[in-house]
Design a protein around this ligand. Structure first.
Ligand code: PLP
Ligand code: COI
Length: 362
């Protein structure tokens, strides 16, 4: 099928304006949902079909639906912003569409054509545009995902899939309001190994991270950082964000994306902006013991986490069974602030979009 506008069925019972306004005062992350959703079906026999935008509603699934047993599922996360001039835009959505295709390939799922992915995202934001939170940093977070929908218990790629996009009004990902987050080093658990699914955005990666994330919370930390599976030595990424290190010689380091970490779109944007600001950008492995030594010697001056949900968030302290250490003064560093401001200004249409990252949707 082609991808002009999808058929639209309005929600007959949308949330009323007063209730919506109340929910948008402090939406946090991932709890406030809009009135509509996109669905597109796939079968081996028919290909992609039945695309529509309809009322947001629960799914009814047969208990033997494949995704419930073997976790053949992938997802994406991207934000729609209101620009300074009042129009709406998506940030680099074609990158999400392409990563979704790469994830699909890794999980033996069919690849959704890029234009259908983009149309689904654009149309949902247009339909639910009243759900932008009127707060600083507010956005509509889009969650495209695909599940194996064949009713069959044999272990094989499903013959049927359901692709959906839901939308959620978003404020800050981290509740604490602290100037910097704390992270816990997972020494017992790893997230991804060579040949595994670390570079794919599949639900299974997150399921496997939860026990380590719970450990982080128990230790009083906001997030967990994973080390490589082979040597338990090289820093990889957080449960849901990439990591960036800034040194006193003006260089910036981030672990390379060579199969075990997610190729973050924020990461890529940040590296581009950092190069433009004259930083020496290095995509190199970084050992955990070096991280501690560099923080203690003062060579390492700032660290931040980056991702769609977290944008750019400073890391203040790092804790492990070896004890805790602080990065710089433990708060938000200057270069982190500068990179964050530049990125957010482009996303919001305040700074010039010289890379063609901002796709207007109205
Ligand atoms: N790493 C993981 C494991 C993630 O879940 C995310 C979030 O999507 C990222 C990194 C950052 O990716 P992006 O900047 O594309 O949101
Ligand atoms: C995102 O940033 O979009 C993610 O998927 C991360 C997740 C922890 C919310």
């Amino acid at each position: 099928m082609t991808s002009g506008a999808f058929p639209f069925e309005a929600n007959p019972n949308p949330v009323d304006a007063a209730e919506r306004a109340a929910r948008l005062v402090d939406p946090g992350f991932g709890r406030v949902f809009t009135d509509h959703m996109v669905t597109i079906r796939y079968s081996d026999a028919k290909g992609w079909h039945d695309a529509k935008v309809g009322p947001r509603a629960p799914l009814t699934l047969d208990p033997a639906t494949a995704v419930l047993h073997y976790a053949q599922e992938i997802f994406e996360g991207l934000k729609a912003y209101r620009l300074a001039d009042g129009s709406m835009a998506l940030f680099r959505p074609e990158q999400n569409a392409r990563r979704f295709q790469r994830s699909a390939k890794r999980l033996a799922m069919p690849e959704l054509p890029e234009e259908m992915f983009l149309q689904a995202c654009r149309q949902l934001v247009q339909v639910d545009k009243d759900w932008f939170p009127p707060i600083d940093g507010g956005s509509i977070y889009l969650r495209p995902f695909m599940i194996a929908s064949e009713v069959f218990l044999g272990v094989k790629p499903s013959a049927e899939y359901l692709f959906m996009v839901i939308a959620s009004s978003a404020g800050n990902y981290f509740k604490s309001g602290a100037p910097a987050i704390s992270i816990w080093v997972s020494e017992q658990y790893t997230r991804a190994a060579r040949g595994g699914t670390g570079a794919a955005k599949c639900g299974g990666n997150y399921a496997a991270s939860l026990v380590a994330q719970s450990e982080a919370i128990r230790e009083g930390c906001d997030q967990v950082v994973f080390l490589d599976a082979a040597e338990h030595r090289w820093v990889e990424e957080l449960g849901g964000m990439n990591l960036v290190f800034l040194f006193d010689d003006g260089s910036l380091l981030t672990p390379p994306t060579d199969g075990t970490i997610l190729e973050g779109i924020t990461r890529d944007s940040v590296l581009t902006l950092a190069r433009e600001q004259g930083l020496n950008v290095r995509e190199e492995r970084y050992a955990m013991d070096q991280w501690r030594a560099d923080a203690e010697s003062g060579r390492l001056v700032e660290v931040f986490a980056c991702g769609t949900a977290a944008v750019v968030t400073p890391v203040g302290t790092v804790k492990s069974t070896q004890g805790a250490f602080t990065i710089g003064a433990g708060g938000a560093g200057q270069m982190t602030q500068k990179i964050r401001t530049k990125l957010v200004d482009i996303q919001r249409g305040v700074a010039a979009d010289t890379h063609g990252w901002v796709q207007r949707i109205d």
